[in-house]
Ligand binder design. Structure first.
Ligand SMILES: *Cc1c(COP(=O)(O)O)cnc(C)c1O
Length: 427
């Protein structure tokens, strides 16, 4: 199946006279004839469903669909994108470990990795995503167990050189985790470039309609935990008996599903950050039209980005990697052939006050703390998400007072541009 077809059909194949649409199985639990049968499933949770804290038929259908879209072997939904980032790391690292992350990533992840993970005793080592392989290699410590990057960084719009990151990670026998939220599997499938694990905030384009917070972790099934353990002694909890699961050995029992099943059986069992069936149902509605929407977001955003580029009277600079003058144009040509999503950032001349005047003058685009919605929306990092920072700190974070994150929706692009035009003329 091509990806457009997978969006509609993967993950759920109804039998004779079963519901055509993925049904909402709104039940916390499942009935069995015998205690022995339940005991069997406790021994091997892949044999059936016992409790909706970590598995549910509606969620299962959506997990299978997203795994198919990304080209992975299996997936696990989480209650938010933050929960997906957290679990993707905690499934590998524990107190005393470190991992490497590109520094230009989503602000919420920066805080999770830099502040909260530190309280767990896990160190995040930051590297410049544009640095050479040799420089990034120097960041490795003996306890480094993973590398993390974001395909198209929110909001810096830096494009991650996934193949470079994969080479470095694999040379050191550790997996590469990629946050693929902005491109979605329609525009980029990081596993094809060597990523081992892919995560998403499904709250953005996948849901698309700004109705449901969610996340997902996809396992490529490609990382060889046994070999990495042999070479480095890392990942013992994949290849040695899990005492919290009757001495089960994940790689022995589940082969290339070891990572994702370990995440479900240990982390989801203990943390319970699983979505409800109803949430998964809503997410699936978004996924069904994802391919069509992504194409239109890209087309609208490219038109808008070119318009911004022409307005040199009011606009200082535009970041959109599909523009020929963008710093990441070459990387985008390789990793984002079909487009760079609907998100553009630009800096308005006149700094903070001009940005506020522009944003308040918009009539169609809404001022919200969100991005990647079906409706055009804007956010002013300096006055909103990063408001506590001084101008100097903002510059260090790659944000200036005049910077606006513009998320193109699916309105007619002429309407989006006339709204921008009237707001710019106010500034
Ligand atoms: C929004 C976002 C997250 C966090 O997701 P939530 O669903 O809001 O928890 C993670 N990564 C990226 C790239 C995001 O844009």
């Amino acid at each position: 199946m091509n990806i457009e077809t997978k969006c509609l059909h993967s993950g759920y194949y109804p039998e004779n006279s079963e519901p055509r649409v993925v049904p909402i199985v709104q039940s916390t639990t499942y009935r069995f004839d015998s205690t022995e049968h339940i005991a069997d499933i406790f021994d091997d949770p892949t044999k059936g469903l016992i409790y909706s804290r970590f598995a549910n038929p509606t969620c299962d259908a959506v997990e299978k669909k997203i795994a198919a879209l990304e080209g992975g072997v299996a997936a696990m939904l989480t209650s938010s994108g933050q929960a997906a980032s957290l679990c993707s790391i905690l499934n590998i690292c524990s107190a005393g470990d470190s991992f490497i992350s590109a520094s230009s990533i989503y602000g919420g992840t920066v805080n999770l990795f830099g502040v909260t993970m530190k309280k767990f005793g896990i160190e995040c080592i930051w590297v410049d995503g544009n640095a050479s392989e040799e420089e990034i290699q120097k960041a490795f410590k003996p306890n480094t167990k993973a590398v993390f990057g974001e395909t198209l960084a929110n909001p810096a719009l830096q494009v991650c050189d996934i193949e470079k990151f994969a080479r470095i990670a694999h040379k050191n026998y550790v997996p590469l985790i990629i946050d693929n939220t902005f491109p979605t599997p329609i525009l980029c499938r990081p596993i094809e470039y060597g990523a081992d694990i892919v995560i998403h905030s499904t709250s953005k384009y996948m849901d698309g309609h700004a109705i449901q917070i969610g996340g997902v972790i996809v396992d490529s099934g490609n990382f060889n935990w046994e070999k990495a353990y042999e070479k480095t002694g890392k990942f013992a909890d994949f290849v040695e008996p899990d005492e919290s699961y009757h001495g089960l050995v994940y790689t022995k029992k589940y082969g290339n599903l070891a990572y994702i099943l370990k995440a479900r059986m240990q982390l989801m069992r203990d943390f319970g950050c699983y979505p409800s069936a109803h949430s998964a149902f809503l997410l699936n509605l978004g996924l069904e039209t994802l391919a069509v929407r992504m194409k239109q977001y890209c087309e609208n955003a490219l038109t808008v980005a070119k318009y911004f580029e022409k307005r040199t009277d009011k606009i200082e600079r535009v970041n959109y990697p599909a523009l020929k003058n963008d710093k990441y144009y070459e990387l985008a040509k390789k990793y984002l052939k079909d487009g760079c999503s609907g998100v553009i950032t630009f800096s308005i001349k006149g700094g903070r006050s001009a940005a506020v005047r522009f944003m308040d003058g918009l009539k169609l685009a809404s001022n919200v703390v969100h991005v990647a919605d079906i409706r055009t929306c804007v956010l002013h990092p300096a006055a909103e998400t990063h408001r506590q920072l001084t101008d100097e700190q903002l510059t260090a974070a790659g944000i200036d007072g005049g910077m606006i994150r513009f998320s193109c929706g699916l309105e007619n692009v002429e309407d989006i541009i006339s709204d921008i035009e009237q707001a710019l003329n106010n500034v």
